[in-house]
Design a protein around this ligand. Structure first.
Ligand SMILES: NC(=O)c1ccc[n+]([C@@H]2O[C@H](COP(=O)([O-])OP(=O)(O)OC[C@H]3O[C@@H](n4cnc5c(N)ncnc54)[C@H](OP(=O)(O)O)[C@@H]3O)[C@@H](O)[C@H]2O)c1
Length: 346
């Protein structure tokens, strides 16, 4: 068989170029000819654009597709949404074999592997095709957050905090701008630009009056703007900056975060960034609603002021939830720690 392990690694690399906002998973595809040569490759560039398989097929010489192997990070979809089913396109092109890393968790789009197999296409999971676990694991990781959201029918929640070395997000007088440096703040803007919604509590709106837009380092607006969401019963002032910025914003006058997330799911949000402040983030943590934590740690000591997180009801150290570190990264003088929650459905 052509080198599907290499091809799956490459497909994962391609998939990473796609956006995480917009409701669709990041998917990559490599088409291999019968002799193992790469015929074409593609990735999904976001909702409404061609799926990875269709993008790869579009760039291929049709004469080299007969008997080809399609290596995909996600099971080919089998439904007509904004684009036609990839299964039919692969079959019609003469693809003889499909290798995929993970099954489609979306009941609407699933069933592609079975449909192809009944048409005589050899369909293998990466594991069955002998792909090493680290390669297939990387491909699976790309869709893990999206797949979890789809299975739970609740957005994947990224919690963000920018804190001092002693765990505070504002000084004794309430000042919090800026705890972290420019590199960390620029990074946080790239995260905003890759989610469907950014959520803050009314406390942050009243204290900081943030615009909540995703901006480039030069201050211009990023191409994708998330929905700006304020949660809490107090009113959003008429002159609030987030009202003036371009794009949509929403006030959810509630403290019930599950209901708030349901509303965002219904609005199409699959990936949501909860930027704080500490009361909202603590509420979300207490209810186990945060899936991924981004902690920007700055080398500054405050000694007093607002703690990043309030009481979580942890009685003793042995009972403290230990998060699973995913990455650590230096950003200027600051450190970004990304961790996933320890329990539950990831
Ligand atoms: N460094 C950072 O990363 C960072 C980020 C954001 C903010 N901050 C700082 O944090 C301070 C504001 O703190 P904060 O805690 O008041 O802000 P917050 O968490 O943004 O707002 C708190 C408000 O959120 C609403 N809320 C909705 N659902 C909630 C829930 N389940 N649990 C708790 N509250 C809920 C409540 O509003 P209602 O009373 O209206 O119902 C509550 O009073 C400011 O000084 C700001 O600069 C720092």
């Amino acid at each position: 068989m052509p080198d599907v392990s290499w091809a799956l690694g490459r497909a994962a690399e391609l998939a990473e170029r796609g956006p995480q906002h917009g409701g669709n998973p990041r998917v990559g595809c490599v088409l291999l000819a019968t002799d193992g040569a790469v015929v074409s490759e593609g990735w999904h560039r976001g909702a409404g654009t061609a799926h990875a398989e269709a993008a790869a097929l579009a760039g291929a010489d049709p004469g080299r597709l007969r008997g080809a192997t399609a290596v995909v990070t996600l099971e080919p979809c089998h439904h007509s949404g904004r684009t036609p089913p990839c299964t039919r396109a692969l079959h019609a092109a003469g693809v003889a074999r499909v290798v995929y890393a993970v099954g489609d968790p979306d009941p609407v789009a699933a069933g592609g592997a079975r449909w192809l197999a009944t048409r005589g296409v050899e369909v293998l999971t990466a594991e069955d095709a002998g792909v090493p676990a680290d390669v297939s694991g990387r491909a699976a990781d790309l869709t893990a957050a999206w797949a979890s959201a789809v299975r739970r029918r609740r957005p994947w929640v990224v919690g963000k905090t920018a804190l001092s070395l002693d765990g505070r997000v504002a000084a004794a007088d309430g000042t919090s701008r800026w705890i972290t440096g420019a590199a960390a703040r620029n990074h946080a803007h790239t995260v905003r630009a890759d989610v469907d919604a950014v959520v803050v509590g009314t406390g942050t709106v009243l204290a900081d009056d943030p615009a909540l837009t995703a901006r480039r380092p030069d201050g211009t607006l990023a191409e994708h703007q998330p929905l700006r969401v304020v949660v809490g019963r107090r009113a959003v002032p008429p002159q609030a900056a987030l009202r003036q910025a371009p794009g949509d914003w929403l006030h959810l006058p509630t403290r019930d975060l599950r209901t708030a997330l349901d509303r965002l799911w219904d609005a199409g949000a699959r990936r949501v960034l909860v930027e704080g402040g500490p009361s909202l983030l603590s509420g979300a943590l207490r209810e186990h609603l945060v899936d991924e934590l981004h902690a920007y740690l700055a080398p500054v000591l405050l000694g007093a002021g607002l703690p990043a997180v309030a009481d979580l009801g942890v009685p003793t150290l042995a009972d403290a939830p230990r998060w699973r570190p995913v990455t650590t990264r230096t950003l200027g003088e600051d450190l970004l720690v990304v961790a996933h929650r320890p329990q539950g459905d990831l």
